[in-house]
Design a protein around this ligand. Structure first.
Ligand code: UDP
Ligand code: MG
Length: 312
């Protein structure tokens, strides 16, 4: 098997046929054996039936059906574990990443690179979403303890050895584009213009996106914890200076110190707020530690089509 194309799908029935046609054309032209691995992330529309029909007519198409919606990152994780190709591509099923550019990406692998990730030059999405993504990638870049490229999503092609390295990462809260940078090897970015979704709504709800952003930042940086330490320490110093100053004014000057009732309340609220925030941030990390130590299966496969090997 030369090429594996991994496609996470969640309620994409409106896109499947167009996707299948365009992708098959591209892959047939490549002239080497390939597989297309659809990971159906618990879709509740026609997606599963459509994929089954496509699989019956075309054995290059393989399908993994999750028992419920486990999320995009889990779908990609499953795809990476069950693919067989030497060159592996991860793309979105909504045709925002046009399959026609895959040959250009594979050609870069031939040149000796291990990972070719897509860098989005243009997004055809709403203002707020574009702005959020813009900020997120720049914040992540600043705080992450590894260098994660700007504006590159999960769309990429990788050599087998990179995928194997990613597959050995034991963590449950998976931020694939971070893990991909983490494993190293030779990586290069290739620019492309991101199309608009051809049909249907984005399957990433605001909540799912926030979760992804948190996973990205918390899995790859301790900066939120360090900010806490810094802020906490600053307030400690401030309070010491304040106490000393009060004592000084009381004992050695005639400056009137008002009975600062409002100040007291404000201070209590402020410090209380800081405490809550700190606990919240620590909670984010502890929650993730809890997830990791439970060692639960990150996804459950209900059925599959055309998949031979069993993993773990
Ligand atoms: N997706 C998934 N599970 C989810 C959400 C999304 O498998 O819980 C898939 C979706 O079908 C698509 C890809 O992940 O193929 C990217 O999702 P989407 O296009 O909705 O995200 P956006 O492009 O809006 O960030
Ligand atoms: Mg999309």
């Amino acid at each position: 098997m030369m090429y594996s194309i991994i496609l996470p799908v969640y309620n994409e029935s409106e896109n499947i046929h167009a996707l299948y046609d365009r992708l098959s054309t591209v892959m047939k032209n490549m002239g080497k054996p390939y597989e297309v691995l659809f990971v159906n992330d618990g879709s509740i529309d026609e997606t599963q039936q459509m994929l089954t029909r496509i699989h019956e007519n075309d054995r290059c198409i393989k399908v993994i059906n999750f028992s419920r919606n486990f999320g995009h990152q889990m779908a990609v994780t499953a795809g990476l574990s069950y693919c067989n190709g030497e060159y592996i591509a991860v793309i979105d099923a909504d045709l925002q990443d046009p399959p026609e550019i895959l040959p250009r990406f594979f050609a870069k692998l031939e040149e000796g690179n291990d990972v070719v990730y897509a860098v989005r030059t243009h997004r055809k999405e709403g203002m707020i979403k574009r702005l959020s993504y813009f900020l997120f990638y720049r914040i992540l870049r600043k705080v992450a303890n590894i260098s994660i490229p700007l504006d590159s999503g999960d769309f990429c092609v990788m050599r087998r050895r990179v995928v194997e390295a990613i597959n050995t990462m034991p963590e449950r809260n998976r931020f694939i584009r971070g893990l991909r940078s983490y494993v190293g090897f030779t990586q290069i970015g290739l620019e492309y213009e991101r199309d608009a979704r051809i049909a249907g709504e984005s399957k990433y709800t605001f909540r799912k996106l926030m979760r992804l952003a948190f996973d990205g930042i918390v899995s790859f940086s301790y900066v939120p914890l360090q900010i806490l330490t810094f802020v906490g320490f600053s307030f400690f110093i401030l309070s010491i200076i304040g106490s000393l100053a009060t004592v000084y004014f009381k004992l050695f000057t005639s400056v009137y110190i008002p009975r600062g009732f409002p100040t007291t309340i404000i201070t209590i609220l402020f410090i209380g707020g800081m405490n809550m925030l700190s606990l919240g941030i620590i909670g984010e990390y502890i929650g993730r530690i809890y997830d990791e130590v439970k060692r639960r299966h990150p996804y459950i496969i209900e059925s599959s089509l055309g998949i031979e090997k069993s993993k773990d």
